[in-house]
Design a protein around this ligand. Structure first.
Ligand code: NAD
Ligand code: MG
Length: 397
């Protein structure tokens, strides 16, 4: 692909985060293939400035106009032609611009839903890291993918692994392809094996120190509560047309097997690799080809052993809550996600205990009935009500 006309234009939503940074690392290894069209960040304007100087995008987006003005000024001084915009509408534009082929959806949380959906509706190749967007709006999201001919490639390492273990065309239900079960591996997080009592004193710093992966703070807390695995269970159901019963969570502390697919003839296919998100990112960028990702080769002798155990859903109720929300269907997963985002923020701000996260999410799910309905308004309404109910619960102390 030395022909510059065949270079792919890439927008990275959430460029300054953990996934965004890894994405730019892979892109920079293949300048003949990829051209950075737009980079976006919420508030981290210094980090975005550094990325703009390095990757020279056509556009950059920040949340607030005063940050955008600051960046505009610096880029002008540096002699760059990058246009700087601000706000949610700008995110939607850079996700759907005609110059864009690939959109990396790496904003964290519900904030990523509208720009990710915009990319889907524009029929882009969408690399989905922002699992919350799919969890909230599963039916409508997957419907938009097929309706607009978007190419959806999972970046979450587990789903990327399963994608690699399934037949190339796996739509229409797992049974049709002889798949009996998806085995979703989980590291178990930093508190694997801890009792409920011990978990009561957990601090944000402890929760954010993940044993195997280096990630943003929200997903680190989700990994510690196992809500991340719960969100991933829901994500797997939507991506692979699976029922919650067909997804088994397997705790595997080494994080070397990234997930598996079990077939009716007894075969179990697994994808292995070092825990480095550049592998799924490179897979998504180049699919169906393979490109170098800068990831160290897997040394099985050094790893020596692989362990497996069942998750503890008593000490970590969030996984069970997510499974129940998926079974309930409708807006239940959006309610679960909205309540969890408020709970994680409160925990990180020192206003809620670690076990309080599961309690709060459970309370909100019980208090708010799930509605049916796959339209965006219903989903956003459920998200807003869940957040409101969570705030009220927090204020009551
Ligand atoms: P992060 O916190 O490191 O980065 C988040 C990015 O989104 C930043 O660029 C930030 O500026 C931007 N952002 C945050 N809030 C925003 C808002 N309100 N509006 C617009 N932009 C906003 O997060 P991360 O660890 O890179 O995770 C990103 C997504 O990828 C999450 O959904 C996460 O669950 C998923 N994911 C991450 C990993 C990982 O290894 N980090 C693995 C699998 C999936
Ligand atoms: Mg994951």
């Amino acid at each position: 692909m030395s022909d510059s006309r065949r270079q792919q234009g890439v927008t990275v939503l959430g460029a300054t985060g953990s996934i965004g940074t890894s994405t730019l690392d892979v892109i920079a290894r293949h300048p003949e293939r990829y051209r950075v069209h737009a980079l976006t960040a919420h508030r981290s304007r210094e980090a975005l400035l550094t990325q703009c100087l390095r990757h020279r995008p056509s556009l950059a987006v920040l949340d607030e106009e005063h940050d955008a003005a600051w960046l505009r000024e610096r880029l002008l001084q540096a002699g760059l032609a990058t246009e700087v915009r601000a706000g949610q509408q700008a995110l939607i534009e850079v996700a759907s611009d005609t110059e864009v082929d690939v959109v990396m959806a790496a904003i964290v949380g519900a904030a990523g839903l509208l720009p990710t959906l915009a990319a889907v509706r524009a029929g882009k190749r969408v690399l989905l890291a922002n699992k919350e967007a799919l969890v909230m709006s599963g039916a409508l999201f997957m419907d938009a993918v097929s309706r607009h001919g978007a190419t959806l490639l999972p970046i979450d390492s587990e789903h990327n692994a399963i994608y690699q273990c399934l037949p190339p065309e796996h739509r229409g239900g797992l049974a049709r392809h002889g798949v009996t079960q998806l085995l979703l591996t989980a590291s178990g997080g930093p508190f694997r094996g801890w009792s409920r009592e011990r978990l009561a004193a957990v601090t944000p710093e402890q929760a954010c120190a993940h044993p195997n992966w280096s990630m943003g703070r929200k997903i680190s807390v989700d990994s510690a509560t196992l809500m991340n695995k719960g969100l991933e269970l829901i994500e797997a159901c939507w991506l692979f047309d699976a029922r919650p019963e067909q997804v088994q969570v397997v705790v595997h502390p080494q994080s070397v097997i990234h997930s598996m697919a079990a077939y009716s003839d007894g075969s179990v296919l697994a994808q292995l690799g070092n825990p480095d998100m550049r592998t799924p990112i490179a897979y998504g960028l180049a699919w169906p080809e393979r490109i170098e990702a800068g990831v160290e080769a897997l040394d099985l002798f050094q790893i020596a052993r692989l362990d497996f155990e069942a998750p503890d859903e008593t000490a970590f109720p969030c996984l069970r809550l997510a499974r129940e929300a998926m079974r309930e269907g409708g807006t239940a997963p959006a309610i679960l996600n909205g309540a969890n985002e408020v709970a994680v923020d409160a925990f990180l701000a020192g206003r809620l205990s670690f076990p309080g996260i599961g309690e709060l999410v459970g309370e909100v799910l019980t208090a708010l009935p799930a509605e049916s309905g796959d339209d965006l308004e219903t989903v956003l309404g459920a998200d807003a009500r869940a957040r409101q109910a969570a705030h009220t619960w927090l204020e009551r102390g």
